[in-house]
Write a protein that binds this ligand. Structure first.
Ligand SMILES: [Zn+2]
Length: 323
């Protein structure tokens, strides 16, 4: 609790500094998220995120969120980066369904998906146990980073630890039947939900489409195994965590292609003796030309993975085999 209280104090401080010193920026600050629902199926809407890095210009609203109607009130799958965003998402869900959100599913720890939980009673915010542990550990630090980047967009946002624990398997809420899957690889704990009535597979950040995958908490081998699991789940459409939805498996295939290329490219770069800056400048294959934020995520991935790859691949100075 101490950490969360301290987080609140830091948040107010960050907001205050912007108000005092960033007068020009404050005058331009719109502070309003314009959310556009796209109907995917009966009672299911997608609210698309910007296919870009988190930036002041987009208020951190880069993750896709989904609204699913139920007899008990709408279910949200992810809720955006801030209290303000989630308040707008909640108002949109009420406009579409006539009721306020009754359940908020958090796919994984990352702040662009989870910090909007600040707008809701923790009792209706649900996640896998691994995600709850991730948010308890990393939530305050991720929130601090978001306040530094997004300033006034984050006003009033507090880290909320989900109060309801989810488990893999059939899940019914307000007459809507979901299958929940407990996977991993993009993070230590990645929730996937299949809406049975519509065949809509909500893949969270295990799938990125036309926007380069982010890897700050990734384990690539585990992620690739999870993509195999996803491909084996019969579904009619897939909603990725970032980018447009698809009906043809192209999001899964493209994510697999990028991660496989990335892993080999970083090992090759290390074998060639490139340093981290040089590794971040390697050529990106032409087939990824349409992928947003590709160079940005490649360079972030170098910073996440390269030190361990270099330690693995460099010969030991004492002539040992490193076993
Ligand atoms: Zn993520």
């Amino acid at each position: 609790m101490t950490a969360l209280t301290r987080r609140g104090a830091l948040g107010m401080l960050a907001g205050g500094l912007v108000s005092l010193t960033g007068a020009a920026q404050a005058e331009q600050f719109a502070g309003t998220y314009h959310l556009v629902p796209v109907a995917l199926a009966e009672g299911i809407w997608l609210v698309r995120g910007a296919d870009a890095p988190i930036a002041f210009a987009n208020g951190g609203a880069i993750a896709n969120c989904v609204i699913m109607a139920s007899n008990a009130g709408p279910i949200l799958f992810d809720c955006g980066p801030s209290r303000n965003y989630a308040t707008a998402l909640s108002a949109l869900a009420r406009k579409l369904t006539g009721k306020p959100p009754a359940l908020v599913l958090i796919s994984h720890l990352h702040p662009d998906h989870s910090l909007g939980a600040s707008a809701f009673d923790p009792a209706i915010v649900a996640a896998l146990p691994g995600t709850i542990a991730d948010i308890e550990r990393d939530g305050p630090g991720m929130s601090d980073a978001m306040f530094r980047m997004l300033a006034d967009w984050m006003r009033g946002t507090e880290v909320v630890v989900p109060g309801r624990r989810l488990a893999a398997g059939p899940f019914e809420f307000g007459g809507r039947h979901l299958q929940l899957f407990s996977l991993a690889g993009h993070s230590a704990s990645d929730l996937v939900a299949l809406d049975e009535a519509s065949g809509t597979l909500l893949a969270g950040d295990l799938v990125f489409k036309d926007r380069a995958p982010a890897t700050p908490h990734a384990t690539l081998s585990t992620w690739l195994a999870s993509l195999d699991r996803l491909a084996a789940i019969p579904h009619r459409r897939l909603v990725p965590g970032h980018g447009p939805w698809d009906q043809d498996g192209s999001g899964i295939a493209q994510t697999r292609d990028w991660l496989t290329w990335l892993d080999k490219a970083l090992h090759d770069a290390s074998a060639q003796g490139l340093d981290m800056t040089e590794a971040g400048e390697i050529a990106i294959p032409a087939r990824f030309a349409g992928m947003q934020a590709a160079r940005y995520e490649l360079q972030r991935s170098v910073s996440h993975f390269y030190p361990a790859i270099e330690i693995d691949s460099l010969p030991r100075i004492d002539g040992g085999t490193g076993g």
